[in-house]
Design a protein around this ligand. Sequence first.
Ligand SMILES: [Zn+2]
Ligand SMILES: [Zn+2]
Length: 336
Amino acid sequence: MRFGPTGISVTPAERYESAAGNRWPMSIMPAPGELLSSWLHRLAYANGIPPHYFGALLEAPGENWSARLDRALPGRILQLLEEHTHIPLEDITALTNAPDPLAVLRLPLRASPQQSCAPKTQATWLQFCPACLAEDETPYFRRDWRLATRVSCFRHGCRLRDRCPSCGQGLAPFSQKRLVPHQNCAWCGAALCKRTRPATNGVRRLERLIDDLLRLQASGHRMAEGRSLPDLLGSACFQFSRRPMSIARLSHRDRYQLFRQLTDGQSTPFGTRRSSAIIYWKRVAQVAPAWGGLVTSFSDAVLPRPKAGPCSNTAGPNLADLVQAAARLDQQRQAL
Ligand SMILES: [Zn+2]
Ligand SMILES: [Zn+2]
């Protein structure tokens, strides 16, 4: 609108559609290791739509619609997201947990967010590191945080949480009906970034070993006789709350306690029945203290030495990368 000597002239602005096509006003780039549901909640928030209504816009069924999409993203919704964000299909697909060779070790997703009223002894569908959320430029939830075998943060060394530190309920960002970022509890609105205590070194070593072994499994290495490591770990039953439960059914508090008992040599809450799964858990716990040294020796043998510089105290070398490096060296030798 302009004021001129002859009066007011009005020039219609370019229509949004011709200026931006079918893109939504804000396109959010996924963060490294981000879980699809986390990216969807951030996308919804950036475009001014509370996640609950964004699920309806995508015609995604269920109250916990975004967490269900983590496990299976229909082609129709994938296409729609690509059309409106212009983020490549493969980049969006990579945010999901599908296909999932570690499915048996994922925390359970219940049909309704009423799961959040579950007692503290029950597993919730997602954990998080409060320090990561506090440090992120834009806080986001990682895919690894859905694994029951994860109890601490490899970056910060602190324990994860699976509940809001204020109201004690599980996370339900998909149910949020107000325009509030997902790092705030959908039930009480409190910030989720309240720090946790550090995990013990023993727990961290055991967790790191299991993570390395699972990475090997996910990258195609198989145990002897074609056994599945996730199935073996996931089938062991532990006695908590007077009931035998697999690790994926335990709350973070009980899983952390289990790891401590395994690493401190305390009596472990295994039931009376001894199975190959129980024996394997104990064996892994026995090996864990020596694991870091073994990986470092292997790393020194197959990888070039890093240049002198400031040391990082973050996660150590990745075993799957090391095995791949060793395989490449072997191939080069054979080619010569
Ligand atoms: Zn962290
Ligand atoms: Zn809360």
